[in-house]
Ligand binder design. Structure first.
Ligand code: HEC
Length: 198
């Protein structure tokens, strides 16, 4: 075998190896992450995913509502009085309504209240396992196996995340400050007028 053939043969072998290594290095979520790396990626995904928009109570500024940083991701606040609802306004082609905190929502599904995503054991996700979280987000079912998760929770977006990304979101949520806040149960559509109607 000539030197040239040997060189070409080596190139054929080396080139795919280099490409393979580059693909491996190019996708950070596929390498095994440390706990700290998972928490950091989870924070990034939660921030980008807009979870605070619905899951954090708000303070009002000149620029409008912003998340209350002392109660981040603790959900619809226990005991908060929500406004009465004009049920004739609600429905497809009409309005869906939310309170000023964007933590409770009225629509044909009744009234939904954004969950407490902090690791408080009694009222948040402190007792959840990674498996429960992944099943809930993939199946759109409460606690992964119960009633359907109600609008406007955008679980369909989370369902498309890789296992590594869902685990990272969960690791981040488990790492934040636990806040005790018992979010109300949803109100079924046939009870909205009687309990909250104008
Ligand atoms: C547009 C508003 C909205 C946004 C944005 C949102 N959520 Fe929710 N989320 C809700 C509401 C409302 C509920 C309560 C639904 C119910 O009671 O069925 C909920 C419930 C949940 C639950 C509880 C599920 C269960 O098993 O009951 C989890 C976990 C959750 N959200 C995670 C997230 C994460 C993580 C993000 C950001 C990537 C996010 N949510 C963004 C509105 C939202």
């Amino acid at each position: 075998m000539s030197i040239k053939n040997l060189f070409n043969g080596l190139l054929l072998f080396v080139f795919p190896v280099v490409v393979f290594l580059q693909i491996q290095c190019g996708s950070p979520q596929e390498k095994v992450m440390t706990k700290d790396e998972m928490i950091k990626r989870g924070a990034y995904l939660v921030n980008f995913g807009g979870c605070n928009d619905c899951h954090s109570p708000k303070v009002f500024t000149d620029m409008g509502p912003v998340p209350d940083t002392t109660k981040l991701l603790s959900g619809h606040q226990q005991g908060l009085v929500i406004p009465r609802v004009d049920t004739s306004l609600i429905g497809p082609g009409k309005w869906y309504l939310s309170n000023g905190d964007l933590t409770s929502w009225v629509g044909p599904w009744g009234i939904s209240f954004a969950a407490n995503l902090t690791p408080d054991v009694q009222t948040g996700i402190g007792a959840w396992t990674e498996e429960i979280f992944i099943r809930a987000m993939r199946n759109g079912l409460h606690l992964g196996a119960g009633r359907p998760i109600l609008p406007p929770m955008p679980f369909m977006g989370l369902a498309g995340l890789s296992d590594a990304d869902l685990k990272s979101v969960f690791a981040y949520l488990k790492s934040i400050k636990p806040i005790s806040n018992k979010v109300p149960d949803p109100v079924p559509p046939n009870e909205v007028a009687a309990r909250y109607g104008k």
